[in-house]
Design a protein around this ligand. Structure first.
Ligand code: FAD
Length: 353
């Protein structure tokens, strides 16, 4: 008989885990208090950058390794989908204004130290920036091109994964608030369900059960800009207004994101709006005519190390702290957890608290 798995929380982690465990032959049931489109989760807000090299600016080697492996796994996961979400792998471009060149050099050194030499990235000058992205402000003449990076539409993925769950007959209880116990039981308004293993992926909502899990507020702005063309995500290195611009289908662009130590889910502030839009406009002047389609706020679940953790209590496994890397690392993290549950293969030591 197949192993019965209950997953509490259908953000990107709960969903990728559900797909992985289903493909390994487990009988998976998913519970989430929000709708099937994921609205209300941190994953719904995410910009969807898959940028392990760029993230080396602040992230550690574990995130890099999980991210590089996940970049290879995403196409394999998505090729199974009947309607795959938007996913691109055209690299990403990091640029800076001349006065901030030392910060760009710092990133270059960090990446070079990690990957050795110029592996996976190249310095770009005004001519090559123009060749890659002709609409970037001509005053910007320094950058690094990370050719292996990618991006995914987070919302497309949330919608497409719900369709996949239906197609694969993975039982889902959406709009259902639930609790999990160490004995492997999940309880909700639909009843009590007993599983061989329960995986708690509640993101920031698991704060009461995971010591030192905290929220980092992120604000971003979605604009509609029919006249702007961008082939890949662009990041601006800036001491006060670091920024990324992510192109999505239908001429939508995500401009983000702030990082604020707060669990306030209230609307975006005036200051953040001004800073994000001013910085974005300094990179892509074509945004002058863009329409603001939406402002969003999400809470990134983070531990002090900014790396994910796994906590095992009998039949209950809590996985959390994906911080700003949920889409970046979920595929490899899910593979590791799947191997551990099914084969007791490998160890979760590097994620233990
Ligand atoms: C502004 C912003 C930009 C970001 N950009 C990126 C990016 O470019 N790339 C990247 O990789 N990451 C990015 N992230 C980070 C990413 O969004 C998170 O790391 C990721 O969403 C965490 O996923 P999760 O599944 O752990 O949690 P969540 O996505 O928060 O999912 C948790 C789920 O649990 C459910 N839940 C909670 N309690 C219960 C309960 N009792 N019963 C049932 N269901 C429950 C919630 O409804 C929710 O759906 C960004 C985050 C923010 C805020």
């Amino acid at each position: 008989m197949s192993i019965q798995i209950g997953i509490l929380g259908a953000g990107v982690l709960g969903r990728v885990l559900a797909l992985r465990l289903d493909s390994l032959g487990c009988n998976v049931t998913l519970f989430d208090e929000n709708r099937s489109d994921g609205a209300g989760s941190s994953s719904y807000v995410a910009a969807g950058m898959l940028a392990p090299y760029c993230e080396l600016e602040t992230a550690d080697n574990l995130i890099f390794d999980l991210g590089v492996a996940s970049l290879e796994l995403w196409p394999k996961i998505l090729q199974e989908f009947e309607t795959p979400p938007f996913f691109r792998r055209r690299g990403s471009l990091v640029v800076t204004h001349t006065e901030d060149l030392p910060d760009l050099e710092l990133l270059r050194k960090k990446v070079a130290k990690k990957v050795g030499g110029q592996n996976g990235f190249q310095d770009v000058s005004a001519v090559s920036i123009f060749a890659l992205e002709p609409e970037i402000d001509r005053k910007i003449s320094n950058g690094i091109f990370f050719k292996n990076e990618g991006h995914i539409s987070s919302r497309d993925f949330l919608v497409a994964s719900a369709v996949e769950f239906h197609r694969r007959k993975i039982q889902c209880f959406f709009e259902t608030c639930a609790t999990a116990s160490q004995s492997g039981k999940i309880s909700c308004s639909a009843g009590d369900f007993q599983f061989d293993h329960v995986i708690d992926c509640r993101g920031i909502r698991a704060r009461a059960d995971m010591t030192s899990l905290r929220a980092i507020r992120g604000e971003l702005i979605r604009v509609y800009a029919p006249d702007v063309h961008l082939g890949r995500p662009v990041r601006l290195i800036h001491p006060r207004y670091p920024l990324y611009i992510v192109p999505l289908p239908n001429k939508q662009f995500v401009i983000g994101a702030t990082q604020i130590e707060s669990d306030d889910l209230g609307p975006i502030t005036v200051q953040s709006t001004l800073e994000l839009l001013t910085a974005a406009f300094s990179v892509l002047p074509g945004f002058a005519e863009a329409r603001i389609a939406e402002t969003s706020v999400g809470l990134r679940p983070a531990f002090p190390t900014h790396s994910p953790r796994v906590q095992i209590r009998n039949r209950l496994l809590r996985v959390n702290g994906l911080y700003r890397h949920g889409f970046l690392i979920a595929p490899k993290l899910s593979e590791i957890i799947g191997d551990f549950i099914l084969n007791e293969k490998g160890s979760l030591n590097e994620f233990s608290d």
